[in-house]
Design a protein around this ligand. Sequence first.
Ligand code: DC
Length: 239
Amino acid sequence: MSSRLIIAIDGYSSCGKSTVAKGLARKLGIHYIDSGAMYRAVTLYFLENNIPIPGPEELHDYVYDYSDVLRKINISFQFNPVSGFSEVYLNGRNVENEIRTMEINEQVSHVSAIKSVRAHLVKLQRDSANEGGLVMDGRDIGTTVFPDADLKIFMKADPMVRSERRYKELKSKGIEVLLEDVIQNVVGRDYEDSHREESPLRKAEDAIILDNTYLTHDEQVEFVIEAVRKLALSNSASS
Ligand code: DC
C-alpha cells in the first residue's frame, strides 16, 4: 500500500456512501471528499445564474460552450470543527445545505452528464489527492478518477430501502416531500447516472461489492476496514 492511500467508494444514489466514507476517513485519519457535492455545487451555480441545462434527450446535439462558466466556478472544501467534516463552498460561500434540496436532486444528473463539466471536476478531484491519502465517494471514482485506487468499494442496496432512507433524511431536515417523489428521483437518477455517455456509473472490475440493505452503519464501516486490513496484509506479504 502506498503512503498515499486512496479509497474509492462508488454506488447508486442514497446508498449511504458518504456516511460510510466519513466513518472510514475518521477511523483511518485521512481526508474525505464528497465528489457528488461538487456536481451539486455546479448545479446550484447553473440554476442561480440561469445557465442552460440540457435534458438527456438533448445532450447529444448540444453545442453550448461551458468553458467561461466553469472558469467562474470555484469549489473548495473547508473543515467544520463542529461536524468534524469538510463542507463544500461555492465561490467562497458555504452551500452544504443548499445543495441537498429536491430542486438540486432533480437537475444534478443532467448537469453531471455534461462532458465539459465532468472533465473540469475530474481534474479538481485528481488534484485533491496531491495533498495526501483520501476517501472519495461518487459514481466514477474507481473507474475514471482513480482507476489505480488502492481499494475500490461498490455500494448498492434495495431501491425502496434507499428511497425510505433519503425520505427520512429530508424530513428530518424539515424538507416537505412525498415518498413517491423521492422514489421517482432515486430510481430516475440511477437510470440516468448508469446510462449516460460520459463515465457512466458502473462497478470497476476490481471493486468489492457492499450491499448494505440489511447492514447497520457500524457493520458497513467494519466491512471496509476489514478490506483495508486485508489489503495491508497482502501488500506486506508481497513486499
Ligand atoms: O452522491 P450524490 O447523490 O450527492 O451525487 C449527486 C449526483 O452527482 C448524482 O446523481 C450523479 C452525480 N455524480 C457523478 O456523476 N459522478 C460522481 N463522481 C459523483 C456524483
